[in-house]
Design a protein around this ligand. Structure first.
Ligand SMILES: *Cc1c(COP(=O)(O)O)cnc(C)c1O
Length: 479
């Protein structure tokens, strides 16, 4: 709720409660008529009542200025309240943190084709579960299954709400009430409440840990297999790296062990790159197609990490395993809604033309952005930002390191460029906090990061300098 106008200084005699108009009278005021015409009676009357109640309380306390009890002032305050009430809470921001796929900032930015497809298919009815060939009931998975099979080489595919759901559903369907064996080196926490042991418990699978934090061997898995075992689980350690004296068993070595015992080999890849990004000089991530080729029965991955699509959990693998996953009652609870499904279909279709990806898919476009472009943006923004901040601050171009983010490739850094902002005279951290807050208060909030007593803006995330420079006139840093 927005606070009512609260005068810090009361000039002359404070207003009395009886100076305030009744709600009806305020609603008849000329200046309120446009509000009623635009927004209807309900919202305007509700906000007027709340406003007048707050003013009345201030008047009783003797802290309401007479000028603010006047009908004109009240009508203005009412308009401000209504604007604040109608302002969206979910807003676009400029992600200048240097983390391209930022979990707190909406992860992957959708491609234009994905947004267009959402708008085109969701403005009216669509064939979400309708087979246009037979005129009978269809299956929403079929809208993307072919594409996923083509792109990953899988026999079958299904999709759910996110990768966490994909893991839960896969384990529930394939290992519910039975045991799943996992290496102690792969009991990852992704953040929030996603911790592999908890996820397995929630799926009703009994976790059997093998090996140690740094080393797990094929024999560790083999020895742990009993008649209760259903799944060997591999988890891609996407947000950390164990280095030094380490050993892990890869899918290729695990598949024969799993299959000799009639078990399913499941890999949770987390971030799902669908193309080898080393073709663009980026670090190589394991691909679902590699995992299936190595003998995995099921591979799960996210739609909104490296894949660059909407939040979704993609499950690809062998026909029989996917069929069991699809039949599980949780599938219905976790299924993907039509909105991300439309975005996912269009995003996946882009992968049929990999040469287009670094232009059409924002995630890959940002990750492959030439350094010279980023430096050019830094040179454009620097003088404008310096002028907006004035003499108290120093804005200098700097070399930076971006990261991919969202649990992908945790140790890899991409050379980038940006601006470092520091107060001219060293002050306490407060100054940087005030600056960060001022940037967040811009019409399109700007999110940077503070490091080494400077506020850093990594401009890899700013494709159009104008999006930043055009709003800097509104920048006001608290002293
Ligand atoms: C990100 C991640 C998940 C969770 O995926 P969401 O799409 O965020 O639900 C699960 N496992 C791994 C290994 C991950 O990296």
């Amino acid at each position: 709720m927005t606070a009512p106008p609260s005068p810090s200084v009361v000039h002359g005699a404070p207003a009395q409660p009886q100076d305030l108009p009744a709600t009806d009278r305020l609603l008849r005021h000329a200046a309120v008529q446009p509000l009623l015409a635009d927004h209807g009676h309900t919202l305007v009357a509700d906000e007027a009542r709340v406003l007048l109640a707050a003013c009345r309380a201030e008047a009783v306390a003797g802290t309401l200025d007479r000028a603010q009890a006047a009908s004109d002032a009240l009508a203005q305050a009412l308009a401000a309240r209504i604007a604040a009430r109608l302002a969206p809470r979910m807003r676009p921001v400029l992600n200048l943190t240097g983390t391209v796929i930022h979990t707190n900032l909406g992860r992957a930015v959708l491609a234009d084709v994905a947004l267009d497809h959402v708008a085109a298919t969701l403005r009216g009815p669509n064939n979400l579960e309708y087979d246009l060939t037979t005129g009978g009931r269809g299956d929403r998975d079929s809208l993307v299954e072919d594409l996923l099979c083509t792109l990953t080489g899988a026999e079958a595919a299904t999709v759910v709400n996110n990768n966490a759901a994909a893991v839960v559903l896969t384990l529930a369907a394939l290992a519910g009430g039975r045991e799943a064996i996992v290496s102690r080196g792969e009991l990852v926490e992704i953040g929030g409440a996603f911790r592999m042991p908890d996820v397995m418990a929630a799926a009703g699978a009994h976790m059997v840990e093998v090996g140690t934090t740094n080393r797990t061997h094929a024999q560790d898995y083999a020895r742990a297999i009993t008649e209760r075992t259903a799944v060997l689980l591999k988890v891609h350690t996407s947000n950390y790296a164990v280095q030094g004296f380490t050993a892990a068993v890869d899918e290729e070595a695990l598949a024969p062990i799993a299959h000799a015992h009639g078990l399913a080999l499941v890999t949770d890849l987390g971030s799902g790159a669908l193309v080898d990004m080393s073709r663009w000089g980026l670090p190589r991530e394991p691909l679902p197609q590699d995992m299936l080729g190595a003998g995995c029965d099921v591979v799960t991955f996210s739609g909104d990490k490296l894949l660059g699509g909407p939040q979704a959990g993609l499950i690809v693998g062998r026909q029989d395993a996917i069929a069991r996953i699809r039949r599980h009652p949780l599938k219905r609870a976790l299924r993907l809604s039509k909105l991300p499904l439309a975005a996912l279909e269009a995003t996946l279709r882009l992968y049929l033309q990999p040469e287009r990806l670094t232009q059409a898919l924002p995630t890959l476009r940002l990750l492959t952005r030439p350094l010279a472009d980023i430096e050019a943006v830094a040179r454009t923004v620097q003088p404008v930002l310096q002028a907006a901040l004035g003499e108290g601050w120093r804005v200098v171009p700097v070399a930076l390191q971006s990261q991919i983010g969202s649990g992908s490739l945790p140790i890899d850094r991409l050379p980038s460029a940006g601006l470092a902002i520091a107060p001219q005279t060293p002050r306490k951290g407060r100054a940087l906090d005030a600056l960060a807050a001022a940037l967040r208060a811009l019409p399109v909030p700007v999110i940077g990061r503070v490091a080494d007593d400077r506020l850093l803006l990594d401009l890899r995330g700013l494709e159009d300098a104008h999006a930043l420079t055009s709003q800097l006139h509104a920048l006001v840093v608290a002293p």
